[in-house]
Design a protein. Structure first.
Ligand code: ACM
Ligand code: ZN
Length: 509
């Protein structure tokens, strides 16, 4: 298939105005697999860019050949075309009027290049979510993990169980803790996405080459659902949606679905029936993290489940056995509907059917264990990939954040395959950054936490290891910084010696 485009309006509209057209460097992030800069430019006002799909190329691969006389793009599929377009934006010079001459041959290292956004702790509107998707696309990320439910809020409309949003999307706003006084912008504790909203986000993401993976976190992190339907919990309630307790700790709910109650499986089945038509991708994220065992241990119905199912093992606690029983039942429900399960690394505690994918968050050992068991894994270790952690140790000048520091360098320096055998490494399908929103409560703060760490992450996700180079990355960030400013994005300036949100910036001495 071959099609030509007139001068690309999108490229012109989004161009980086590097008026100082550099000849021998290309400030592309993530760094392409192979690139050869050349002198001269291709004048867009007099020419067109030619796009060809070559199905012999890898689906996400693309090549660019830009000379003063022509601009030719080849790609393995529409995804490759989208990545080529993002690269074209980054080599656009002369105020959008020309492309820097070069030859590029590019494809990603990992198939899964994800970002999680937590819209449960704080709510972000459809327009705000789209802005995050735009930033993801710019850095060639392709998986949006949408954390839609938690103790603090149920954000997705389920028509058969309307109280999930009628009750679960609304907390007791008055008693939320006071956020960082430095923050400006609206803070949304309440709200939900209608099914129409979800379709709009999924379709917008798809136009950017991004697949959306919904996470309905279960059987823990369920207090907002239990507030709506208390009969599904071990004690029967009453329960209240948990308030976001910020600034330096998570308000982890201790309520789980009652594994001894068969009604929970009908409830989940109803939810899956409504969720799956909204999300065409193959994966569903079941959550599965941080189940507090106390209620299960004290619950007669849960104890009866253990006895009736003969669940016992010296290796696992009763709570782990109950969770594994639950996970296997839900995995079966997903398989019957043609979907694949993903869960946080806690779901590794026990047997799983083939086809489960693990997200390794408590370090890298979960991913390693999964890969050694022949299960696919996505690496998202807390010390490198948690974008809700503050960006430097300067507690005085950083906006409030969870304990722990994940600097731009700690993101950049992460090597996902370290310590793995070749066989195990084949099961690491990608890397993801997680932006939890316990304290990340406004648009400006969200952007400050994302940029430029997402740019650094994109090099971990996309670049061949031999192409990763901190100095080149830092130098390219100067051009990217201009892009952020032109687009009005808030971004963190640690690379340029400054800490803090706009209006509260502190120059590092
Ligand atoms: C997690 O951070 N609880 C997955
Ligand atoms: Zn129970």
């Amino acid at each position: 298939m071959k099609h030509t485009f007139p001068i690309m309006a999108a490229v012109l509209a989004c161009a980086v105005s590097c008026t100082d057209s550099k000849v021998n460097t290309l400030d592309i992030i993530p760094c392409p697999l192979e690139m050869t800069p050349a002198s001269g430019v291709y004048d867009l006002s007099r020419g067109e860019v030619t796009f060809t799909i070559d199905s012999l190329m890898a689906p996400e691969a693309y090549t660019l050949k830009i000379t003063p006389r022509k601009a030719v793009v080849k790609a393995g599929s529409e995804a490759g075309v989208l990545y080529a377009r993002q690269t074209l934006k980054q080599i656009t010079v002369e105020d959008g009027g020309a492309l820097q001459c070069c030859e590029i041959s590019d494809e990603p290292r990992f198939a899964w290049r994800g970002l999680l956004l937590d819209c449960a702790r704080h709510f972000y509107t459809v327009e705000q979510v789209k802005k995050v998707l735009d930033i993801m696309a710019y850095y060639k990320l392709n998986r949006f993990h949408w954390h839609l439910t938690d103790d603090h809020g149920w954000r997705i409309e389920i028509k058969k169980h309307p109280r999930l949003v009628e009750v679960g999307a609304f907390g007791d706003v008055g008693s939320h803790s006071v956020p960082d006084p430095n923050l400006v912008g609206e803070i949304l504790y309440e709200g939900y996405y209608t099914q129409e909203d979800i379709r709009e986000v999924v379709s917008y993401a798809s136009s950017l080459g991004i697949s959306v993976i919904p996470e309905i976190d279960m059987p823990g992190h369920m207090t907002s659902a239990l507030a709506a339907y208390p009969q599904l919990g071990c004690t029967g309630g009453p329960y209240k949606v948990v308030n976001v307790v910020g600034p330096r700790g998570k308000g982890l709910g201790k309520e789980n679905l009652c594994i001894g109650n068969d009604e929970i499986f009908d409830f989940i089945s109803d939810i899956l029936d409504e969720v799956f038509p909204l999300f065409p991708g193959e994966y569903f994220h079941i959550g599965g993290d941080e189940c507090v065992p106390d209620r299960w241990n004290a619950c007669p119905k849960c104890r009866k489940r253990l006895r009736d199912e003969g669940l016992e093992s010296g290796e696992y606690s009763d709570a782990q056995l109950l969770q594994n029983y639950f996970t296997r039942r839900v995995q079966k429900m997903l398989q019957e509907r043609g979907r694949k399960i993903i869960g946080w690394d806690e779901i590794l505690d026990g047997e799983l059917e083939d086809g489960a994918t693990i997200m390794s968050w408590r370090g890298t050992s979960g991913g390693k264990r999964a890969a050694e068991r022949g299960l696919d894994a996505i690496m998202t270790p807390i010390r490198h990939c948690y974008l809700d952690f503050r960006q430097s140790d300067d507690l005085e000048h950083e906006p409030i954040a969870l304990n722990g520091t994940v600097s731009v360098d700690s993101v950049y320096d992460y090597e996902p395959l370290e310590g793995l055998t070749e066989e195990a490494a084949r099961h690491i399908i990608g890397v993801q950054g997680n932006l939890w929103c316990d304290v990340v409560s406004t648009q400006e703060y969200l952007e400050y936490m994302l940029l430029p760490r997402l740019a650094a992450l994109s090099e971990v996700q996309w670049c061949a290891p031999q192409n990763k180079n901190r100095e080149r990355f830092r130098s390219a960030m100067d051009a990217h910084r201009r892009y952020y400013e032109e687009h009005g994005y808030v971004y963190a300036k640690h690379l340029w010696g400054i800490i803090g949100l706009p209006g509260h910036e502190y120059r590092i001495q």
